[in-house]
Structure formats: C-alpha cells, structure tokens
Design a binder for this molecule. Structure first.
Ligand code: COA
Length: 266
C-alpha cells in the first residue's frame, strides 16, 4: 500500500524524501514532550510507514532547534493513579515496540534534549545519530518514578548494566560526546548536518537488498530476546529463507558478473 498523500497529525510533521519518511515531533510549547495523543500519532504513523511498500526508512527527530523530545509530558504524569500509570507505561512500550520491530529501518536524529521518554524512544530506534548540542538523560528517579517506556531494559542492553544503572539511578545528564563514547549513539555530527547525515546513512542502507535488510533487522531485534543457541538457529532460518529470493541470486550473480545488483525486494 502506498500513500502518496501524507497523513496529517496534530503533534507531528511529516516529510518525504523519496523512500525516506521524516517524522518530526512538533509540540514547541513543551519542547516536544510526549503526551498520550502524540504517542498515538507516532504509532499510527509508524504502522502506516510499515505498510507502505514504497517507504524504506523512517527518521524520527524533533521540530525546532533545541529539543528532540523532552520526555513524557509531565502534565499528564502528574495526575496518574496506579492503574493509569501502569496503563500509560504499557501504551508507551507498545508504541516503541512498533518502532523497534519495524521490518524497515528506523533511525533517530537527535537534535537536542532527549530526556526520559525521548531518550527511551531513541533507544527503540535501530540506530541513533546525534547533533553536537544533544543532551541525554533519564531523570525519572528525580521525579519519584522510573523510566517506563523500556529505558530500564534497552539502556543496559545498549551500554551495559553498570553504565545504565549509573545514568538511571543518578538521573545525570550527558552530552553528545559522552553518549557517543559509551555507545548510546552511533555518532555525533554538527547540528546543521544532522538531518543530511541521517538521510545519507539511510540511503546507503537502502541501496542493499530490502529483504536482506529486513532479515538483519529481524535477526538482531528478535535475536536479542533469545538465548544464543536459539538466536543462532533463528539466524540460520532467515539465511535459508533468503536463499529462496530473487534478490539473493541477483546479488551473488551481479558480484560474479562485476556489475551493480538490481534488487527487486522479492
Ligand atoms: N513535560 C511537560 N512540559 C515540559 C516538559 C515535559 N517533559 N519539558 C519541558 N516542558 C515545558 C516546561 O514546563 C516549559 O513550559 P512553560 O513555558 O509553560 O514554563 C517549556 O516546556 C519550556 O521548558 P523550560 O524548562 O523553560 O526550558 P529550558 O530550556 O530551561 O529547560 C529542559 C529544558 C528540557 C531541561 C527542562 O524543561 C526539563 O528539565 N524538562 C523536563 C525533562 C524531564 O524530566 N523529562 C522526563 C519526564 S519523565
């Protein structure tokens, strides 16, 4: 299903660059904080992206110069009862799962503050590029809560439990260079080049066979939740499935014939 006309949202702005969708969270009054409505819109937008055969990569960023996403909307958190708190945590986790489990590329372009739910959303993306003014933090403990959109699970898996615990238990903010050093982001680029560099990264990946790209994403994201023997078995299964594809035969043949491969996604 291709959607030539972009859907419109109250709290998101969308742009297309060929097969790449740029999603900007756009709530300037609260530095792009995620309220329930915005989470719902991100889920809807991501599901549409996943279903659109002509779209290969989704880049998530924040509107404006200062903030990627300032966190969950504290106005909404302040009125939660226990049931509502668990429910919003489950909802946020589900939305971020839709991003992480996309069979197509999802990259965060972090252009400023990435706190709380904003940092957690970035963690759910397949890769993260940051501008040199980006600042990260999971300050929830300072508010008497814990990260509830996957932060206590994804951060230790990415940077190791010791570093993750230090960041989560202190709520300390870190700048882009430290985030890069500990592996929280893939790399840091000058602010004015962030979007172009992220688009270039997506384009470089999209030159490869789309079935292979999808298989890598599935193998890495699903494999992370399996034991190593099960994950290796899963990898072999995907390797076998790809051998039935036109693209695998085309890719190998093109190499032997010393020409660029013409992938068709089948
Ligand atoms: N939820 C709701 N509103 C938020 C918000 C959030 N997560 N983050 C910022 N805002 C609002 C502020 O209340 C302020 O509103 P106001 O203009 O009505 O006073 C507006 O956005 C601008 O923020 P301000 O604090 O004035 O900007 P700043 O540049 O001085 O500081 C931050 C920016 C991000 C450092 C600071 O706003 C902050 O610490 N925000 C909370 C971050 C957080 O704890 N996130 C995790 C939530 S679980």
């Amino acid at each position: 299903m291709s959607t030539a006309i972009l859907p419109t949202y109250k709290n998101l702005t969308l742009e297309r660059r060929g097969p790449i969708t740029l999603l900007s969270v756009n709530r300037p009054d609260v530095l792009n904080a995620l309220n329930r409505e915005t989470l719902g819109e991100i889920e809807d937008c991501t599901r549409r992206f996943r279903e659109d055969d002509e779209q290969g990569a989704l880049i998530v960023t924040g509107a404006g110069e200062k903030s990627f996403i300032s966190g969950a909307d504290i106005n909404e958190l302040a009125v939660l009862d226990p049931r509502g708190a668990e429910e919003i945590s489950r909802f946020g986790q589900r939305v971020l799962d839709v991003l992480e489990q996309a069979p197509k590329l999802v990259i965060a372009a972090i252009n400023g503050y990435a706190f709380g739910g904003g940092c957690e959303l970035a963690l759910a993306c397949h890769m993260r590029l940051a501008s040199d003014n980006a600042v990260f933090g999971l300050p929830e403990v300072s508010l008497g809560i814990i990260p509830g959109y996957g932060g206590t699970q994804r951060l230790p898996r990415l940077v190791g439990p010791g570093r993750a615990l230090e960041l989560i238990l202190t709520g300390r903010r870190i700048k882009a260079d430290e985030a890069e050093r500990i592996g929280l982001v893939n790399r840091v680029v000058p602010r004015e080049q962030l979007l172009e560099e992220t688009v270039k990264l997506a384009q470089a990946i999209l030159k490869n066979g789309p079935l292979a790209v999808a298989a890598v994403l599935e193998s890495v994201t699903r494999g992370a939740g399996l034991t190593l023997p099960d994950a290796l078995r899963f990898e072999s299964g995907l390797f076998g499935i790809l051998a039935a594809s036109h693209d695998m035969h085309e890719g190998l043949k093109a190499f032997l014939e010393k020409r660029p491969a013409q992938f068709e996604g089948r």
